[in-house]
Design a protein around this ligand. Sequence first.
Ligand code: NAD
Ligand code: UDP
Length: 326
Amino acid sequence: MVPVGEHVFVLGGAGFIGSHVCEQLLDDGHRVTCVDSLLTGSVDNVATLSRHPDFRFVEHDVTRPLSQWPDLPAPDSVLHLASPASPPDYLRLPLETLRVGAVGTANALELATRHGARFLLASTSEVYGDPLEHPQRESYWGNVNPIGPRSVYDEAKRYAEALTLAYHREHGTDVAVARIFNTYGPRMRVDDGRMIPNFITQALTNAPLTVAGTGTQTRSVCYVDDTVSGLLALWRSGLTGPVNIGNPHELTVRHLAEEVRAVTGSDSTVTFVPGAVDDPRRRCPDITLARTALGWEPETGLHDGLRRTIAWFARNVHSSDRDIAV
Ligand code: NAD
Ligand code: UDP
């Protein structure tokens, strides 16, 4: 168990998932230092938290050591979520993505090791690549093209996992690896380019929903509150993992587009656009380990999660003048 009042560093805390992690930690009585370079995140995501006495925001690129901030108190835990995560983001930021997965993870592990802090890596279902095993269990080694355009993200996370386990073996660092599956919810950037933000924005603006390829590829989407409770359950557990954190309700991309249309009540049509290179054809987590070892499973159904996400987008979509990446 993690005692109340822990000082937790959240790297990437001004991003979509990271900001929800910061918020939950503060609600649970912890002190939070959010470290973020704002590469793909925004201070808007933590604007309300900034008034909290136990919250501090530090603008910093974690590919550089944190030692330039000598007044920072020692962390009890380091949660490493810093990395571009949307395919359009990591495809336009290939070197930054590799660097934060490699150098950024090394710096984060050094920090945790130096202070005897628990370390949690936000890894990804992308380590399974285009999976030949279905659903994906943690024991599956994956099927990743090491030189394709997506490899900058997939291989960065695979390296980050390797480094995390090496620190554990070599230095005894207390580590945890979470393999997060597709997560959605409020605070995803309107122009982030992932499937759900695109479909919602398109539906709300009566633009055609851009389904990539045939739309028969599958994803299993998890509402952000569930992902955060899974991550924090793993953090509190003392387990090393890796542990899959995701919702096993698998849907085709085409079906998801139809669900978004139905929940928004939009008249948008569906249009088919070229599929992405090396796009995984199927993705669904086996969450037996999370269920049994963490007592965790997702609680938010698709309809409810979409309703809450759409309500947030409806308040934010029109204030954005940014283009949607497809
Ligand atoms: P996001 O882009 O909204 O958040 C990532 C945050 O990391 C941003 O605030 C960004 O500014 C910050 N960042 C990037 N590089 C940095 C650097 N060098 N130094 C400091 N900060 C840096 O993405 P997200 O969806 O919230 O993803 C958060 C984490 O969870 C990522 O590590 C991602 O790989 C992982 N993940 C997310 C999903 C998902 O579906 N959202 C799925 C699997 C894994
Ligand atoms: N996708 C789509 N339309 C879009 C954006 C994405 O059909 O406007 C597809 C994408 O090709 C992939 C799936 O939706 O098959 C999920 O993509 P996303 O970018 O959300 O995340 P990924 O799982 O690929 O990391």
